[in-house]
Design a protein around this ligand. Structure first.
Ligand SMILES: NC(=O)c1ccc[n+]([C@@H]2O[C@H](COP(=O)([O-])OP(=O)(O)OC[C@H]3O[C@@H](n4cnc5c(N)ncnc54)[C@H](OP(=O)(O)O)[C@@H]3O)[C@@H](O)[C@H]2O)c1
Length: 333
């Protein structure tokens, strides 16, 4: 049994700037023996989420603040390698917010056993926070109706790509906005989007108008900034604007500027609402089953981008902010 473990600690709050290498510190620390009620976990896969930048900055008040020297917070899949807790047996695979640590003594609170017919990593991707966010944000906030035109920013990402496919299942016409021709091709050819807009090719507003001539009924925004402005310029009467995330603000830190075209909400009698997926936690087991069913039926595909090596955790987090990731960003420890 290991007696020490490597851990990545928070070393700086990256406020007002992007993430830098020096924001993390790799240390080796002693590992206590698990006591009664505890398990010893070996981390197998780490999950990476744009929200981690917000947690490092302490701008989010829906989670506890992070202090310098804390183990970097994040979701993970782990294997139970020793157990003094009757609920968990050695060899079982679990997931939870166990952080950037190779091993971890845990009291079992908040750990969920991986039980899926898909690959275990699916509990961090299509059945994980991003899949659940797509489902809850789209259906509960976006309130789609068959025939609606749905426009998604960050469309090729882990969350966005699931939103678009759920929208197709709901009978909507789906247009995605993503960075670069490869991601746009994947959206149309593999994810079944009706059209994709490459925001890096310029004039996003005109491209939206071309693909959504009658206006957009549901916007699912992961990006914010000028892309949100361009989407707001093209809403239909009664549109619902779902504010899921604003990753464009993470480039520089700080707060994003307000949407320039918000007045269009008045003219179009539209609504705009944010959400935090954790508010629907009691429904997660049922929603995971639905998402798993869609995958099994061939209606929902997903991409996983799995980097390797615990020492590469900071570099892997940065990939989300440069668009290098292809689908759900993870790292095999
Ligand atoms: N509200 C909630 O409860 C909740 C829960 C989970 C996630 N979220 C939000 O959901 C969004 C997606 O998260 P995810 O984990 O699924 O990540 P992801 O979409 O898989 O990865 C992030 C993607 O954002 C795009 N991006 C990065 N910087 C950008 C910029 N400056 N302008 C435009 N696009 C940019 C990149 O795609 P391109 O190559 O296309 O640029 C990148 O691949 C995030 O905003 C996250 O904060 C919200």
């Amino acid at each position: 049994m290991p007696t020490t473990t490597r851990q990545w600690l928070l070393n700086n709050h990256p406020r007002g700037r992007g993430i830098e290498d020096n924001d993390f510190k790799l240390v080796e620390t002693e590992l206590a023996d698990p006591r009664d009620g505890e398990v010893l976990l070996a981390t197998r896969y780490l999950s990476f989420d744009p929200a981690q930048k917000g947690w490092m900055e302490n701008i989010a008040d829906y989670v506890a603040p992070m202090a310098i020297g804390d183990v970097m917070r994040g979701g993970a899949i782990s294997e139970v390698i020793a157990s003094h807790n009757p609920k968990f047996a050695v060899g079982e695979i679990v997931f939870g917010t166990t952080g950037w640590t190779e091993h971890n003594v845990h009291d079992g609170e908040g750990l969920t056993k991986v039980q899926t017919t898909l690959s275990p990593t699916a509990v961090l991707s299509v059945l994980g926070t991003t899949g659940l966010t797509a489902y809850c944000g789209f259906f509960k906030v976006g309130k789609p109706v068959a025939g609606d035109v749905v426009l998604i920013s960050g469309a090729a990402g882990a969350t966005g790509s699931v939103v678009g496919q759920l929208a197709k299942i709901a009978g909507c016409r789906v247009v995605g906005i993503a960075g670069g021709p490869d991601k746009c091709k994947w959206l149309v050819d593999e994810a079944g989007y009706d059209a994709a807009i490459d925001y890096k090719a310029g004039d996003v507003k005109a491209q939206i108008k071309e693909h959504c001539p009658g206006g957009v009924d549901v916007i699912f925004d992961n990006v914010g900034g000028s892309i949100l402005d361009d989407m707001l310029a093209n809403i239909a009467t009664g549109a619902r604007v779902v504010v899921c995330g604003g990753i464009s603000r993470y480039e520089t830190g700080g707060h994003p500027s307000g949407p320039g075209n918000y007045f269009n909400l008045i003219f179009r009698r539209a609504s705009m609402a944010g959400f935090i997926v954790l508010d629907w936690a009691p429904e997660f087991p049922a929603i995971r089953k639905r998402l798993e069913g869609f995958v099994q039926d061939g209606k929902l595909t997903y991409q996983e981008d799995i980097q390797e090596g615990f020492e590469n955790a900071p570099a892997t987090l940065k990939r989300l902010f440069t668009g290098q990731n292809r689908g759900k960003q993870m790292l095999k420890v």
